[in-house]
Ligand binder design. Structure first.
Ligand code: FES
Length: 152
């Protein structure tokens, strides 16, 4: 049986009915068509599904949508303001912080949280904070450079 759920996604208030077992990730991708958030492993190991919940980063594959009643979700689609990219998006472009791009939305959501939470003080700190976001292409050096650029 579906359960009523109210939440805010990228600034928009929504009232939905969802299956209790639907993950936040599937809700975003399948029900709301917000496919910027990626499904890599679907069990908390890769970070491709990273979004913000009330400003905190979360692996959306690991939480059920119904747990987020009343909360505010931000996805990669919600970062830019109109045509103006978020500074972290700009920095990823400038520093080539991606190759295939599959992990990029999750990397950027984590990177924004990294700076906001004050974990971008050194390369080591950044690498530690970002260690849950896997990049198979190995763009790590450029990702760190992008984060350091935004931080400075
Ligand atoms: Fe959620 Fe990999 S898809 S951590």
């Amino acid at each position: 049986e579906k359960i009523p759920l109210s939440l805010k996604v990228n600034g928009k208030k929504l009232k939905l009915k969802v299956e209790p077992r639907t993950t936040l990730l599937d809700l975003l991708r399948e029900n709301l068509n917000l496919t910027g958030t990626k499904k890599g492993c679907d069990y908390g190991q890769c970070g491709a599904c990273t979004v913000h919940v009330d400003g905190q980063r979360v692996n959306s594959c690991l939480s059920f949508a119904v747990m987020h009643e009343g909360q505010e979700i931000t996805t990669i689609e919600g970062l830019a303001e109109g045509d103006k990219l978020h500074p972290m998006q700009e920095a990823f472009v400038k520093h080539d912080g991606f190759q295939c791009g599959y992990c990029t939305p999750g990397q950027i959501m984590s990177a924004v949280a990294c700076v906001r939470e004050g974990h971008a003080g050194s390369e080591g700190e950044i690498r530690e904070y970002m260690s849950g976001n896997i990049c198979r292409c190995g763009a790590y050096t450029n990702i760190v450079a992008a984060i350091q650029d935004v931080k400075s």
